[in-house]
Design a protein around this ligand. Sequence first.
Ligand code: ADP
Length: 373
Amino acid sequence: MNTLTLKLSLAFTLVVLIAIGIMAFLVNRATTSEFGAYLSHQQAMGGMMVPGMGGMMGFIGEAEKGFLDSLNRWLIVSGLVAGGLAFLIGLALARQISSPLRLLAAAARRIATGDMTARVKVRSKDEVGQLSLDFNDMADALSRNQQLRRQMTADIAHELGTPLSVIQGNLEAMLDSVIPLTLEQVASLHDQTLLLSRLTSDLRQLSLAEAGHLKLNRSPTDLTSLVQHAVEAMQPSARTAGLSLTLSLQTGLPRTVADPDRIAQVVHNLLTNAIRYTSEGGRILVSVEMKGRDLLQVSVSDTGSGILPEDLPRIFDRFYRADHSRTKATGGAGLGLAIAREIVNAHGGRIWAESQPARGSTFFFTLPVSSSS
Ligand code: ADP
């Protein structure tokens, strides 16, 4: 029998025995004194008061003593029967109380051995029911995290594997003289190594940011000129893609305390995406404005492919690509927005997107205004 059930049953029994003991003691005292008083009254009425027996207590003869002894015996017997019954009923109650806990323990053991499907039925609305609900939520979160970790390992292997196999294939072909060892070939292999090193550095940055270890060199920053520079740097790419890239700035904006390199990285990433997902002839509009009294807001709006509502909540997840068939030839590894979110969050801001499929998307992020500006 499990110890909690036993402990609860014994506790029930002990409480009942103590109650019966106190009751027996009081009944015994009351009966003896009431019975004595009654006898004394009877004897006084019959003029049979025995001198020396004292006060109210009448003479207790053999028959009366026998009656009191038999009463005491019955009290003891009924106490024992009630105690035994209390133990049995206590056992049943204790089993009922501890059964959800036993189920919880069994489910926790299954989770510990790797069975993430283990859940418990919530049967009550009391504390144990709440514990079961919390347990199920925890199991859901664990299972989701395990799934994400597996997915991430597979994604990393895939992302690293693709450029590596290109490099390997090309090198082997050169060694076998299948393709000539030209400068162009070496340059293309060099591109693949750049891709690999960018990927590993993105992964490193993301893992640092997720662990809260991203180093930020914060200083009072003029967000307007930072965004202006980022937009100027992207003008050639926008022109090459046949897109118009314009900037709308609110004047006299206060500063923010931020790491300018990291925030430039966020703007650069949003602009790269806007250019990547907007087809020729499209428009990209970048704006910086105040939002309320304490926030600066940057938005990057495009007239591109847009994002489906079911993809929208997930585009900031690592390795998530709305178009799963897309390769690196037409897109990135799906890390850019995940890194951008970590950077913005680390600055105490918020980043989000709104989109209409086939009409375009707008990405927003906010940063708190510097209190000294
Ligand atoms: P990637 O390097 O694949 O672009 P990101 O993390 O930057 O990765 O973006 C994640 C996904 O979000 C992209 O694969 C794309 O599906 C979607 N996305 C991001 N920006 C845009 C945009 N401006 N228009 C349409 N889809 C976008």
